[in-house]
Ligand binder design. Structure first.
Ligand SMILES: [Zn+2]
Length: 225
């Protein structure tokens, strides 16, 4: 199994850590951001002397030193700038970005064009969700109304969408819980939509959400994995 993780932030580092501990050995990390002081309190791979370095490259270096048997690669570029052929080598893709715009772009490519499964998750404060998108489940576009600060535009126009790239607040407990669920979904291929709410007590629910019959991303063809 060769896994691509897009987004090496607070949620992504939790997913990566759990995947490695569960025995996944072949991983590629993509993130164009550099490490800032504010990242250090919630991203376990990064130290003070990493400030200013790329997140993907630094996380890959730390992982390789800690677990020398890993086959780990990285790309320090925006995921949208990578060639389509790059994505074809992966068994499954994990989306742990904090941008709705990038999430929609990745869903369109991985689910719509390449017909591969996508693990998608997000957190906002004490709220979070995780799901595996495969041939039987609703994709990001089917459920676009679930996301904050976005509005639906016709296919191909959301690259110019304004206000859809706002960063979401990060709480380490929420990221740890959602990251662990995303890693578990990757290994056992469980396809439900998991919602987490930690605002008053811990509440979690698992939903089956139908695909939209007119979805321009997922309503046709078959998956390859
Ligand atoms: Zn869809």
């Amino acid at each position: 199994m060769k896994v691509l993780v897009v987004g090496v932030g607070a949620l992504g580092t939790e997913v990566i850590k759990t995947l490695v501990l569960l025995g996944v050995k072949d991983i590629c990390l993509v993130d164009c951001d550099r490490i800032e002081m504010s990242n250090l309190s919630r991203q376990m791979f990064f130290r003070h002397d990493h400030i200013g370095l790329f997140k993907a490259e630094t996380a890959a270096t730390v992982l390789q030193k800690t677990w020398p048997w890993l086959r780990i690669e990285y790309r320090n570029s925006p995921v949208e700038e990578l060639a389509v052929s790059f994505f074809e080598q992966f068994t499954i893709v994990v989306c742990s970005v904090d941008s709705v715009k990038t999430r929609r772009w990745l869903n369109s490519l991985i689910v719509g064009d390449l017909r591969k499964p996508l693990i998608e998750g997000g957190t906002e404060g004490l709220l979070g969700h995780a799901r595996l998108i495969d041939s039987a489940s609703a994709c990001v576009e089917c459920t676009i109304d679930f996301y904050p600060q976005t509005r639906q535009l016709p296919c191909g126009q959301y690259y110019q969408e304004e206000g859809a790239n706002e960063p979401m607040a990060s709480v380490c407990t929420t990221n740890a819980i959602i990251g662990a669920i995303m890693a578990k979904m990757l290994l056992d291929h469980s396809g439900s939509f998991v919602l987490y709410n930690g605002t008053e007590a811990v509440f979690m629910d698992s939903l089956k959400i139908d695909k939209r019959k007119d979805c321009f991303v997922c309503s046709y063809g078959n998956f390859t994995a």
